[in-house]
Design a protein around this ligand. Structure first.
Ligand code: NAD
Length: 476
């Protein structure tokens, strides 16, 4: 076990907080104790963040950029121990955990390049109007369990660049990598600028309602997002909500289904299906859907499922027993109502929270597997007869994160305006970039992250309107 884990369990912080157990989902065993945070401690930490805010906001932008670049270097220096923790707490294969930490480090550099220059909106004989983007104050960043390091940095980096101070609450399933990040970044950032607190929904709720917090940036499920929006409304706090998805992939008529099967399978199973923008349901022309499902089932059968620390592993466990039970329950429910499982379809008989890649056909109408986000390695392949109707069926879901269209590009482009969602992909799915906004429509969220548009969410507009008197005009 890493020295860091040992230090948290037995070091000076442990006595102050009172630890909570963190499980390794590949073993189903507790491997670490995360320090908890009492309400009083949270209040004190938020006071510290509020006190640090004016100084950080007044720090020249160039200096804040430099600190972000130092954060990148500091994370790159701990890729191995942080990736090890990430695999132990989240379950993903070690090489994917390493890639996540490296990407998170680079995100600091991408964000450091963004601009916040003031603008001159009006320059007329009688008036000059300027616009600047100012920070909100203390930002509560609440992160999910699937990409705990990357998705936290996607909030921390732009929030800090804009001049906010940040209190991050990771998921109680995956707090260890974030706590390590807190230790590492606190060597670089001024006291109170960035704090990590670990705990569950109750701590998150207290964070959301605390008067010191001016913006809640949340990534997680629709249900928690709805609660957070309600909690934040009492004090009219700003919210950015990046929520769940139930993304359809629509294979267009005339497409060679065997040519797209590998891509569809990979994009449904990313991170064992624990990816907001994974393919969550596939629609294929009726005559072809079975061939596609069978090809995907062959891939499922040959997938290597195991402990992420084993270099051969392609797919790790689900992050928690609760998530495993949810996924198993959705498949069992579909099967009981007449669905057919072509591959997988049962909890693996071994320690840990393992569910194998699973392909399902013959879904009965109204199945939860079509209507709800499964957030696990299960993909239904659903036949359709009319491409017009299938888009309407895809849109019938209240989710609106993404949708992909597969096949002839012209035909796909002609349909691309129809899906009601934040991103439409053609012949790919779930590709995200640091310089392209990402966000959900409808129940999948409010606001966006990434790039200039994401940075804007961490600022508010402030107008400077100067009436120029005759004398000033002559002088200027
Ligand atoms: P979750 O909603 O269970 O938890 C997310 C975080 O919210 C955790 O830190 C949790 O402790 C906290 N939380 C829960 N209730 C809260 C409350 N009332 N007040 C404050 N905080 C609260 O989600 P999860 O299982 O960790 O993540 C999976 C979900 O996240 C999926 O729905 C997935 O699609 C979604 N997600 C969305 C995006 C996106 O960018 N749109 C990205 C990743 C994950």
């Amino acid at each position: 076990m890493s020295a860091f884990v040992d230090q948290l369990a037995h070091g000076p912080g442990a006595a102050r907080y009172g630890p909570t157990p963190v499980e390794n989902p590949a073993l189903g065993e507790v491997f670490a104790q995360a320090p908890g945070c009492t309400p009083e401690q949270l209040d004190r930490l938020l006071d510290d963040a509020a006190r640090a805010f004016p100084g950080w906001a007044a720090t020249p932008l160039e200096d804040r950029r430099d600190r972000l670049l130092s954060c990148r270097r500091a994370l790159l220096a701990v890729v191995d121990p942080m990736a090890d923790l990430l695999t132990r707490e989240q379950g993903k294969p070690l090489k994917h955990a390493r890639a996540e930490v490296v990407l998170a480090a680079d995100w600091f550099a991408h964000t450091a390049r963004l601009d916040l220059a003031p603008e001159r909106l009006v320059d007329e004989p009688g008036a000059r109007v300027g616009l600047e983007r100012v920070p909100h104050g203390v930002v509560a960043a609440i992160a999910p369990s699937n990409y705990p390091v990357l998705l936290a940095v996607c909030k921390i980096a732009p929030a800090l660049l804009a001049g906010n101070t940040v209190v991050l609450k990771p998921s109680p399933d995956t707090p260890m990598s974030s706590l390590m990040m807190g230790r590492v970044l606190n060597e670089i950032l001024p006291a109170g600028t960035f704090t990590v607190v670990s705990g569950g929904a109750e701590l998150g709720a207290r964070l959301t309602v605390h008067p010191a917090v001016r913006l809640v940036s949340f990534t997680g499920s629709v249900g928690a997002g709805r609660t957070i929006a309600r909690q934040a409304a009492a004090d009219l706090k700003r919210v950015v909500l990046e929520l769940g998805g139930n993304d359809p992939a629509v294979v267009l008529p005339g497409t060679d289904v065997l040519a797209v099967a590998r891509d569809l399978f990979g994009r449904a199973m990313t991170n064992s299906g624990q990816f907001c923008a994974a393919v969550k349901r596939v629609y294929a022309p009726r005559a072809e859907h079975r061939r596609l499902a069978e090809a995907m089932a062959d891939m499922a059968e040959s997938a290597v499922v195991g402990d992420g620390l084993d270099p051969a592993t392609e797919y790790g466990p689900l992050v928690s027993r609760a998530q495993l039970e949810r996924v198993a329950g959705m498949v069992d429910g579909a099967v009981a109502a007449g669905a057919r499982v072509l591959a997988g379809g049962h909890v693996l008989d071994r320690a840990g929270h393992f569910y194998p890649p699973t392909v399902v056909t013959d879904l009965p109408p109204g199945s939860l597997l079509e209507e709800e986000e499964q957030f696990g390695p299960v993909v239904p392949v659903i036949p359709y007869d009319d491409p017009e109707q299938v888009i309407a069926r895809a849109n019938a879901s209240p989710y609106g994160l993404g949708c992909s269209l597969w096949g002839d590009e012209d035909r796909a482009r002609a349909l691309a305006g129809r899906p009601e969602c934040g991103t439409v992909w053609i012949n790919t799915h779930g590709d995200l970039r640091h310089d392209v906004p990402f966000g959900g429509h409808r129940h999948s969220g409010i606001g966006v992250e990434y790039g200039d548009w994401g940075l804007d969410e961490y600022t508010q507009l402030k107008v400077h309107h100067i009436a120029l008197r005759q004398a000033d005009r002559e002088m200027s």
